[in-house]
Design a protein around this ligand. Structure first.
Ligand SMILES: NC(=O)c1ccc[n+]([C@@H]2O[C@H](COP(=O)([O-])OP(=O)(O)OC[C@H]3O[C@@H](n4cnc5c(N)ncnc54)[C@H](O)[C@@H]3O)[C@@H](O)[C@H]2O)c1
Ligand SMILES: O=C(O)C(=O)C[C@@H](O)[C@H](O)[C@H](O)COP(=O)(O)O
Ligand SMILES: [Zn+2]
Length: 365
């Protein structure tokens, strides 16, 4: 899939911009960005997390010579950035600089930064261009791709948002060198998710050598990343607004989001989704859909990576009430993504509360 300069360009049939994967890409942003957004742009707003300050300042310098004005905005880290107050701060900057529909927002950071940046771009003037520069494994493999954007509210995760496709996504593998191991591994959970719902090759690569699979310098890591991106692009280009196939990308998220909410967002999204997948596997196994071997494979692969697969027994009543707010619910009916086999995701409609509880007991610690 790689081009001559070592850059892979992944594209989808729809209006999603290209996803570039390679090295040294951020150092070429002043030439890459105009290729993605055209030549009408006068202003850019670069939004970044505190951990990416040095990189963002360098990008700011580069883009200041390309555009009439480059603005730089630092947002609070992680989930504290996905809040309405932070969006208001960015809207204020956009308003005070007369940011127009021909201008572009560049979001640099993990999934929290691309979710917030994407949503501010979606809402400003009802939609300005956004280019994502994801800097975590999770954001490269999942969050920056596919156009889901949003923020949290006190009641739950991502409850406010919009579908807004990026004009491009730039995955510079060099930036992963500074990523702490825990961030790398928890972010990997979303690639594992794609492995279970559609691309078992990802699981085979992890089984064969988990160290190499999670090493951003290895061919295996790049293969996994590109498989995950390509799958997400394909699914979301067929179903941007989650009327059908896209729901499968929510595997492990019904319980996962409830755990994040219950933990006041001190758990990483990927870690919560790992527990959520272990739970969904038990739900499918107890319902006679998934074999014991395939359910056990969830636990094995996740634990090989050092991801959690259990959660305290006493939390069930709260988790159940938060799960009811999941976006897949229809009225009072809860819906879960489960597997009929590896690579065969489907929706389980309105499961009985007794089976939901029984599955939880299988993962309860
Ligand atoms: N829109 C989607 O389709 C989608 C998909 C998956 C997840 N998400 C969202 O993404 C978020 C999780 O993303 P995340 O795991 O990337 O979390 P994150 O954005 O909170 O980043 C995790 C941590 O890593 C730091 N960091 C980022 N890049 C770094 C780097 N290169 N070096 C050192 N530190 C770095 C960040 O500052 C932060 O502290 C959640 O809010 C989740 O809901 C969205
Ligand atoms: O892109 C999607 O669709 C997904 O569900 C990907 C998920 O990994 C991601 O965490 C997403 O933000 C969850 O969406 P939500 O609609 O359940 O908030
Ligand atoms: Zn997710």
């Amino acid at each position: 899939m790689s081009g001559q300069d070592g850059v892979t360009e992944l594209r989808s049939a729809g209006e999603h911009g290209p996803v570039l994967v390679g090295r040294g890409l951020i150092n070429r942003l002043e030439t890459l960005l105009p290729e993605l957004v055209g030549d009408k742009v006068e202003q850019v707003l670069i939004v970044h997390q505190p951990t990416l300050r040095e990189i963002a300042e360098d990008v700011h310098l580069r883009l200041s010579s390309t555009y009439r004005r480059a603005l730089l905005a630092e947002i609070p880290d992680a989930e504290s950035g996905k809040r309405i107050e932070v969006a208001e701060f960015l809207w204020q900057i956009l308003g005070q600089s007369d940011f127009t529909r021909t201008d572009v927002l560049v979001a640099i950071g993990g999934g929290a930064a691309t979710d917030l940046g994407g949503w501010v771009a979606a809402s400003w003037l009802r939609g300005v261009k956004v280019v994502h520069v994801p800097t975590t494994v999770l954001a490269m493999a999942d969050a920056a791709v596919g156009g889901k954007t949003g923020i949290n509210t006190n009641e739950g995760k991502n409850l406010v948002g919009a579908f807004h496709l990026p004009a491009g996504v730039i995955c510079d593998l060099d930036v992963l060198e500074s990523l702490p191991r825990n961030e790398l591994v928890t972010g990997f959970a979303e690639a594992v998710k794609i492995g279970f719902i559609a691309e078992p090759e990802i699981l085979d690569l992890i089984d064969a050598d988990p160290e190499r699979a999670t090493n951003p310098a290895s061919d295996e890591f790049r293969r996994i990343l590109e498989l995950a991106i390509a799958h997400k692009l394909e699914v979301t280009s067929n179903d941007l607004t989650e009327q059908g196939g896209r729901e499968m990308l929510n595997y492990g998220h019904t319980l996962g989001h409830a755990i994040e909410h219950g933990e006041r967002y001190q758990w990483r999204h990927g870690a919560a989704v790992a527990v959520g997948m272990a739970y969904a596997a038990e739900l499918a196994r107890l319902s006679g859909r998934l074999s014991d071997a395939d359910a056990d494979r969830h636990k094995r692969v996740l634990e090989l990576l050092g991801l959690p697969t259990s959660y305290p027994a006493g939390r069930w009543p709260t988790l159940l009430s938060v799960m009811a707010r999941d976006k897949k619910s229809r009225g009072k009916l809860m819906r879960f993504v489960v597997l009929d086999g590896i690579g065969q995701p489907t929706i389980m409609n309105a499961p009985d509360e007794s089976v939901l509880f029984a599955a939880y007991q299988e993962i309860a610690s």
